[in-house]
Structures are given as C-alpha cells and as structure tokens.
Design a protein around this ligand. Structure first.
Ligand code: FES
Ligand code: FES
Length: 157
C-alpha cells in the first residue's frame, strides 16, 4: 500500500491505496464520489472525466498514486455556494442530456474547454468533446449547451 494525500473537491484527504488503484476507483470506492462514473474499460468514453490540477483527465487512465499532492475536482465539487456552475446550468437549460450517464464527464470536459477557449465555434466544441461519447447520441443539445454556457459566463470561472 502507498500513502497518498491530495485535495478532492476542496477537502484534504489522505489514504492508503494499492499502487495499481485507478483514480476513478479511488474516487468512487474510497471517497464515495459516485458522481464520477465508469462507462467503458478502454479509456474511450470520457464518462470518468475529472479535473486534475485544473485540467481534464480521464480518471480511469490515471493511477491514484499519480494524483498524490494534487488537487482533484469532480462533478460533485463544481457547484459553489449552493449554485450550479454555469456549464451545469447550461446543460439543464438546453436539455443537454438524455439518460445522463455521459453528463458528468461531458460537463467536466466542457468546463476545461471553455477555460481554454471561452468563446469556441461549434466546430471547436465538437473537437473539444471528441473524447467524450454519448450513447444516447445527444450531441446536438450538448453542443448547444456549451454554446449557451459560453454566452452566459461559463468560461469565466
Ligand atoms: S470510463 Fe474512463 S474513458 Fe470510459
Ligand atoms: S445522455 Fe445518455 S449517454 Fe449521453
């Protein structure tokens, strides 16, 4: 076992993990952060996307020990002071979800995309989300949601 210490959704945590433990399993199984979901075992779907030191990563593709000393934000830590993040609000407003399974990853990836490029074109949004799959094929409204977020301060946070 290896001791890791990191900050997750604003809280300091310290735990013993096996060196092979994936970050997504650590978040879900040891911290109970089940808002971050697993949609594949091939690192393709992006459902497990979180922020590691402010940048989006597929948490099934990162070992928990690699996050030692870092700051992780999950979908559960995105809202602040009881208010949804503008990107969360935009997904709700534009109905950017159907079953919702891809939504945590889509939102985390969209937040990162807008931090990099606060006013993306439709093509840039589609390219930015190409690593995230929606099995319900709800891409049209997802893109609309990111555009709506961009127009409503989603890239400002
Ligand atoms: S669960 Fe991580 S990419 Fe699919
Ligand atoms: S809304 Fe169902 S997988 Fe995207």
């Amino acid at each position: 076992m290896t001791r890791i210490s990191l900050k997750v959704d604003g809280q300091n945590v310290s735990d013993d993990v096996e060196p092979r433990t994936l970050l997504v399993h650590y978040l879900r199984e040891q911290l109970g952060k089940t808002g971050t979901v697993i949609g594949c075992d091939t690192s393709n779907c992006g459902a497990c996307t979180v922020h590691l030191d402010g940048r989006s990563v597929k948490s099934c593709n990162v070992l928990a020990v690699q996050a030692d000393g870092s700051e992780v934000t999950t979908i559960e830590g995105l809202s602040a002071n009881g208010r949804l993040h503008p990107v969360q609000e935009a997904f709700r407003e534009c109905h950017g979800l159907q079953c919702g399974y891809c939504t945590p990853g889509m939102i985390m990836q969209s937040v990162d995309l807008l931090q990099e490029n606060p006013h993306p074109t439709e093509e840039e949004i589609r390219l930015g989300l190409e690593g995230n799959l929606c099995r319900c094929t709800g891409y049209h409204n997802i893109v609309k949601a990111v555009q709506y977020a961009a127009d409503n301060g989603g890239g400002d946070k």
